[in-house]
Design a protein around this ligand. Structure first.
Ligand code: ARG
Length: 472
C-alpha cells in the first residue's frame, strides 16, 4: 500500500478499506494524461519562479522516463498504489529524489483528477467523432449510388409511400451528422482547464493558469475553482451524446435485422458479419446487429449512473465522483467498438434492390399518388381517398396491384380513370414527383447528398487545434 497522505494517521488503513477506496484498478488508464498535466504544471511553476530550471528539467525528464517505461512495458502500474497520481509521484521521487517532492506544489489531486478526466474525455470525444465520420462516409456512398433504388417507406411498420434507399439511408445520415455536431458542441464547451483550482479554493502560489491552459490546448482556465473540481457536466453531456449515438445505431440495427429476415429479404448480411446456429444448419443470424442493439442498454446505464451519482453532491469535491470513471470508460469503448463493427457490417452488406422495389409495388405504396391523380382530374380529395380505398380492397381480393388492373376494371371503380393513370402511379413517377427539399425525389436528394458531401469535406475534425494539443 503506497499512499500520499500518511502524516496525520497513526494506524494503517484497513485492507478492505484500502481496496474499496483505491482507483488504480481503473484510473491507470489515464497515466499519459496524468503525466501530460504534470509536465505542463511544472513548466508553469518554473516560469513563475516557483521551481528552478534545474528542478523543472529533472522533473520533466523523470516524468517522460516514467511515460516511456510504462509504454515499453518495463514499468508496471501495480495495485500497490492508491491511484495513478500516487503511482506517478512515488515513481518520480524514486527516480529523481528531492526535486520529485516538489511536483505537487500548488496542486491537489482534486484539480489533478479533474484535469486528467477532462484530457481523457476530450481526446475520446474526438475519437468517437472520427468513428462517426467513417460511418458517415459509408452512408453517403450508399446514398450516392442508390438515388433511384426504390423501396417502400413505412409508418407503423406498414408500407406507406415509396421512397429510395438513398432517402432511407439519408435519414440515418442526418442522425449521425447531428451526433457529430453534438460532440463538437461538447468539445467547445468543455475545453477549459481546471488545473490550478487546487483542492477547491485556488492556491496562494502565483500560478499562471492561462499559461498551463494554453500548454494543454485549452481555450483558457475554468473560472471558478470550486466548480472546477466539482464539475462533471462534460462527462454527463458526453454520455448523453453517446447514448444518442447508440439509440440511432440500435434503431438502424433493428431495421437491418428486419430487412435481413426471410420475410423481408431486402438485404443480406455478409458471412463475415453473421453467425450460425449450433443446431439449425440453415441459420445465418444477425448477431452483430442484435448485440449492438443490446449494448445500448449499458451506455444508457452509464448516463443514468453518473446523473444519479452527481445529484446530491454538495460542493466541492466528494469521493463519490471517483465513480465517474469505470462506466464512462466502458461506454466509450462500447460506442467506439459498435461504430466500427456497424460500419464494417454496412460496407459489406448486400442490398437486394429488386426485392425492395417489388415490395414497394406489392404494398400499394402508390395509393396516395392514385388519389392525387383523381384530385388532378377534379375529384375532391376526401372522395378520391374513398375511391382508392375501394380500389385497394378490390386489388387485395384479386391479389393484384393498382397498376396491374385493366382500364375497364379501373373505370368500374371510378369513370374518372384514363389511360394516363398507369404513368401516374408507376413507382418511378411516384418517387420522381416528390421534389420538395428533403423529399426522396432523386433531384431533391442530389441536392442533399451534395450538401452532405461538403459537410464531410469541411468536417469540424479538420479544424485547427481540434483534437490536438501541444505536449510540452
Ligand atoms: N481517485 C480520485 C478520483 O478519482 C482522485 C481524487 C482524490 N481526491 C481526494 N481528495 N481524495 O476522484
Amino acid at each position: 500500500m503506497a499512499q500520499l497522505w500518511g502524516g496525520r494517521f497513526t494506524k494503517e488503513t484497513d485492507r478492505l478499506v484500502y481496496q474499496f477506496n483505491a482507483s488504480i484498478y481503473f484510473d491507470r488508464r489515464f497515466f499519459e494524461e496524468d503525466i501530460e498535466g504534470s509536465i505542463a504544471h511544472v513548466v508553469m511553476l518554473e516560469k513563475q519562479g516557483i521551481l528552478t530550471e534545474e528542478e523543472k528539467n529533472q522533473i520533466v525528464k523523470g516524468l517522460t522516463g516514467i511515460r516511456e517505461d510504462v509504454k515499453a512495458g518495463t514499468l508496471e502500474i501495480t495495485e500497490k498504489y492508491e491511484d495513478i497520481h500516487s503511482f506517478v509521484e512515488a515513481n518520480l521521487i524514486q527516480r529523481i529524489g528531492e526535486a520529485g517532492k516538489k511536483l505537487h506544489t500548488g496542486r491537489s489531486r482534486n484539480d489533478q483528477v479533474a484535469l486528467d478526466m477532462k484530457l481523457y474525455t476530450r481526446a475520446e470525444v474526438v475519437h468517437v467523432a472520427e468513428g462517426l465520420e467513417s460511418l458517415l462516409h459509408t452512408l453517403l456512398s450508399i446514398m450516392e449510388n442508390n438515388l433511384e433504388t426504390y423501396m417502400p417507406g413505412f409508418t407503423h411498420l406498414q408500407k406507406a409511400q415509396p421512397v429510395t434507399l438513398a432517402h432511407h439511408i439519408g435519414a440515418y445520415f442526418e442522425m449521425f451528422k447531428r451526433d457529430s455536431l453534438r460532440l463538437k458542441d461538447i468539445y467547445v464547451r468543455m475545453n477549459y482547464c481546471p488545473l490550478g483550482a487546487g483542492a477547491l479554493a485556488g492556491t496562494t502560489y502565483p500560478l499562471d493558469r492561462v499559461y498551463t491552459a494554453s500548454l494543454l490546448g485549452f481555450e483558457g482556465p475554468t473560472s471558478n475553482s470550486m466548480d472546477s473540481v466539482a464539475d462533471r457536466d462534460y462527462v454527463i453531456e458526453f454520455l448523453a451524446a453517446l447514448s444518442t449515438v447508440m439509440m440511432h445505431l440500435s434503431r438502424f440495427c433493428e431495421e437491418i435485422i428486419l430487412w435481413n429476415s426471410n420475410e423481408y429479404r431486402f438485404v443480406e448480411i455478409d458471412d463475415a458479419y453473421a453467425t450460425g446456429s449450433s443446431i439449425m444448419p440453415q441459420k445465418k443470424n444477425p448477431d452483430i446487429a442484435e448485440l449492438i442493439r443490446g449494448k445500448t442498454g449499458r451506455v444508457y446505464g452509464a448516463l443514468v449512473s453518473i446523473l444519479t451519482t452527481m445529484k446530491g453532491l454538495p460542493l466541492a469535491y466528494n469521493k463519490d465522483m471517483q465513480e465517474d470513471k469505470e462506466l464512462t470508460f466502458d461506454a466509450i469503448d462500447t460506442v467506439k467498438g459498435c461504430l466500427a463493427l456497424f460500419d464494417g457490417m454496412l460496407k459489406t452488406m448486400k442490398f437486394h434492390t429488386q426485392v425492395m422495389a417489388q415490395s414497394a409495388v406489392n404494398g400499394f405504396t402508390n395509393a396516395t399518388d392514385a388519389a392525387d391523380y383523381l384530385v388532378g382530374k377534379g375529384v375532391p380529395f376526401r372522395d378520391a381517398h374513398g375511391i382508392i380505398g375501394r380500389l385497394v380492397l378490390y386489388c387485395i381480393e384479386k391479389n393484384t396491384s393498382i397498376e396491374a388492373l385493366s382500364l375497364e376494371e379501373l373505370k368500374g371503380i371510378s369513370p374518372v380513370f384514363e389511360n394516363d393513370i398507369y404513368d401516374a402511379v408507376s413507382l418511378q413517377a411516384c418517387v420522381e414527383k416528390r421534389l420538395t427539399f428533403g423529399a426522396p425525389g432523386p433531384e431533391a436528394m442530389r441536392e442533399v447528398t451534395g450538401r452532405n458531401r461538403e459537410f464531410l469535406e469541411h468536417s469540424w475534425l479538420h479544424e485547427k487545434n481540434i483534437g490536438k494539443w501541444f505536449p510540452c
